[in-house]
Design a protein around this ligand. Structure first.
Ligand SMILES: Cc1cc2nc3c(=O)[nH]c(=O)nc-3n(C[C@H](O)[C@H](O)[C@H](O)COP(=O)(O)OP(=O)(O)OC[C@H]3O[C@@H](n4cnc5c(N)ncnc54)[C@H](O)[C@@H]3O)c2cc1C
Length: 375
């Protein structure tokens, strides 16, 4: 039986960022990922936007960790050659009612410490984005885009250089608290050759994304339930991708539940339209009953009247690990906490957007909790 000082469950961007942060300070760090490669779930099925932190209610973890994560993201990407670009972003109002909301959003962003925010008018919108129609916009200079896949790989590469052991094809099937440790049962390998192994870990980090509620339930903690909300994308390739130069968003939907269908110019010169938001059954339900392209064209026309259905093709989708049930109210913030009953376990639940942006700051917060556990 192996021993681990710290065992991280889940090799998405959050788990890999945690491995990177904790392997700087401790030895015998393990990360286990059930899929054949790292970052194959939500971490490679998102918009790849480096958010600024403007949207989140002041005082929430998202409001603190997103602006901090934004700064850490640019530093990490520059140091480790992760493809990224500080594009800036426009959040655009279409009429005077929306302009009122725009002012409220601007005040919120400033309260969250987001730097450089500025209100601009139609002439400046046209100069930046000639095809976008709006009466006013917030210019968000700290927003940008990153290659999420390369970011995950870079966190994992540096973690491994620092001594972390990263194992794919390794699924956690059981967690049993012992007196001073957690016994972790792993199923390693694919179906034909799979074998079971156990590891005794002093500290366990649950970074299992969509499955974080199931992993918590392995310890009898049923405090959370994750509801997958599918975000679907369309893509524009070729010359019509030039309809948008950078990042263009409408105002977010009420209560910050979703950011609204927006435009993202990718690092590869294509234009993403989306994501949408629909509750779905099943944590692997990426493709059943996809929305038609006409839906995207309708949603996009308010800001970009020239867009046509024929410009777009359906692209990938991703699942948000929402804690808010369909039609209901529920926790909106990230959950980053030591388990109340098994305090050697750190639970990361509801790690939806801006989890990619905030990964490094979430990881620093986790490292503080680890140091309490291992003190
Ligand atoms: C449509 C969409 C758009 C988004 N856009 C943005 C954006 O522009 N900017 C932004 O900041 N954020 C964005 N996000 C959010 C961001 O993608 C997530 O917050 C982030 O990827 C979460 O990472 P994670 O590591 O927690 O989860 P995941 O990437 O899901 O990783 C969890 C991993 O745990 C593994 N796992 C689960 N159970 C087990 C087990 N029992 N044993 C071993 N391994 C296990 C899974 O296989 C998975 O690989 C978006 C999300 C979606 C869905």
């Amino acid at each position: 039986m192996d021993r681990a000082r710290i065992l991280i469950i889940g090799g998405g961007v959050v788990g890999c960022a945690v491995a990177h942060a904790v392997s700087r300070r401790w030895q015998d760090v393990f990360l286990v990922e059930q899929l054949p490669r790292l970052g194959m779930a939500t971490s490679s099925r998102n918009s790849g936007v480096i958010h600024s932190g403007i949207y989140y209610p002041p005082g929430t973890l998202k409001a603190q960790l997103c602006p901090e994560g934004n700064r850490l993201m640019y530093e990490f990407c520059a140091r480790h050659n992760v493809p990224h670009r500080r594009t800036g972003k426009l959040i655009v109002a279409s009429d005077s009612r929306e302009e009122k909301e725009l002012h409220a959003l601007l005040a919120r962003g400033r309260a969250n410490g987001v730097e450089g925010l500025r209100l601009i008018g139609p002439a400046e919108i046209r100069a930046r984005e000639p095809h976008i129609v709006g009466t006013a916009a917030i210019d968000v200079p700290s927003a940008g885009i990153v290659s999420a896949e390369d970011l995950v790989k870079a966190f994992a590469r540096v973690a491994a250089q620092q001594g972390a052991e990263i194992v794919t094809h390794a699924r956690v099937e059981a967690l049993e608290p012992q007196r001073d440790s957690i016994r972790v049962t792993l199923r390693i390998g694919d179906d034909a050759t799979a074998k079971h192994e156990t590891i005794e870990a002093d500290c366990v980090v649950n970074a299992a994304g969509l499955y974080a509620d199931d992993v918590a339930a392995m310890l009898g903690n049923r405090s959370w339930r994750i509801y997958p909300v599918r975000g679907e994308f369309c893509e524009i390739r070729g010359p019509r991708a030039a309809l948008v130069n950078g990042l263009v968003y409408p105002l977010p939907l009420p209560e910050g539940f979703l950011l609204g269908v927006h435009f993202t110019k990718t690092l590869w010169g294509t234009l993403l339209v989306g994501p949408t938001g629909t509750y779905v059954e099943g944590k692997d339900n990426y493709e059943r009953n996809r929305l038609p392209i006409s839906y995207f064209a309708r949603s996009a026309k308010a800001l970009l009247p020239e867009i046509e259905e024929s410009d777009m093709q359906l692209s990938y989708s991703g699942l948000r690990p929402k804690l808010v049930p369909p039609g209901g109210k529920g926790p909106f913030d990230f959950v980053i906490t030591r388990d109340p009953h098994v305090p050697q376990v750190i639970q990361l639940v509801g790690m939806e957007s801006p989890g990619l942006t905030a990964a490094a700051s979430i990881a620093n917060r986790v490292a503080e909790l680890v140091s309490e556990i291992l003190a």
